[in-house]
Design a protein around this ligand. Structure first.
Ligand code: ADP
Ligand code: MG
Length: 281
């Protein structure tokens, strides 16, 4: 007989790649939850905010009988579509209204977790919606991801750190490099794409250096690791040292913001105020 496992409510996607590390980070987010119904994961593009939010949400499903719901805002360009985007993520398009209060009425006393992913470009309306919901829905929790804080009452901030790396100058014994999250991610993605991928001791040091040049950013590491199909490791290390090089080896289905580091940097740049843009360019 086929056993049908209990499926918790919600809409979280199944993970297509394995998660590296993040045990301590997930524990810290859970700790912040004990004092705040809104936790915002902040940090630059590609540091792993969305991935961590989904991981924490998935692990917490049993605590939310009314579901863990992902609201992906990356492609929503109009602020006035926010409430209806939340409604359609909840699969409740006909809420009897289209504004924040209709969403709040629907959620009511439900025990739910909303993951508002990529709030930065809709920050004002996300702040308003989250306030409207949290004051009306006592059993709702919100996990937001954003390059900047929502800056509303009761928000707890968690700046997502890059993946771990050995300290500069730290000697790492042969075979031990994979204990560091950044290096483990590189090895894992490189060997998934290139089953013959093996490393010597010298390669391990090269990968540590490479990951350091990429600041331990998971997105940058994934894009670079995809290059092992095309280029020898030494060339990748050199290309990572060159900030003008475009790494376009990434997944075809990654969002356009994630397809190249250059695109990620351009996207961050566009989000900055004109003053900050001038300072950064
Ligand atoms: N801990 C991790 N283990 C494996 N892959 C990761 C991890 N963190 C991030 N990634 C991958 O790196 C890429 C960028 O992460 P993402 O969460 O989208 O960053 P952000 O939301 O901060 O822009 C994604 O492809 C994601 O799956
Ligand atoms: Mg994201």
């Amino acid at each position: 007989m086929v056993r049908r496992d209990f499926r918790p409510a919600g809409n979280l996607p199944v993970e297509l790649t394995s998660l590296i590390g993040r045990r301590a980070e997930a524990a810290e987010v859970r700790r912040l939850w004990s004092g705040s119904r809104l936790v915002t994961l902040t940090g630059p593009g590609g540091v792993g905010k969305t991935r961590l939010a989904l991981h924490v949400g998935r692990a917490a499903r049993a605590a939310f009988p009314d579901g863990v719901w992902l609201v992906a805002l990356g492609d929503v360009t109009q602020p006035d579509l926010l409430a209806s985007t939340v409604a359609s993520a909840l699969r409740e398009e006909g809420l009897g209204g289209t504004g924040n209060l209709a969403v709040a009425d629907y959620i009511g006393e439900r025990h739910m977790l909303l993951i508002l992913d990529n709030c930065e470009h809709l920050i004002e309306v996300c702040a308003k919606l989250t306030t409207d919901l949290l004051v009306r829905c006592p059993n709702l929790r919100v996990l937001a991801t954003s390059r900047e804080a929502l800056r509303i009452d009761g928000e707890a901030l968690y700046p997502v750190p890059p993946l771990s790396l050995p300290a500069p100058g730290q000697q790492v014994a042969r075979g031990e490099a994979g204990r560091f999250g950044a290096v483990a991610l590189f090895f894992e993605r490189a060997s998934a794409l290139n089953p013959g991928f093996t490393t010597t001791a010298a390669d391990e040091q090269a990968v540590i250096d490479l990951c350091r040049r990429l600041d331990g950013l998971p997105l940058a590491i994934e894009l670079t690791a995809a290059g092992v199909r095309l280029l020898p490791l030494e060339v990748l290390v050199d290309s990572a040292a060159d900030p003008s090089s475009e790494r376009v080896f990434g997944s075809r289905t990654a969002s356009s913001r994630h397809q190249t580091l250059r695109a990620t940097m351009d996207y961050s740049h566009k989000l900055c105020s004109p003053d900050a843009q001038r300072r950064n360019s």
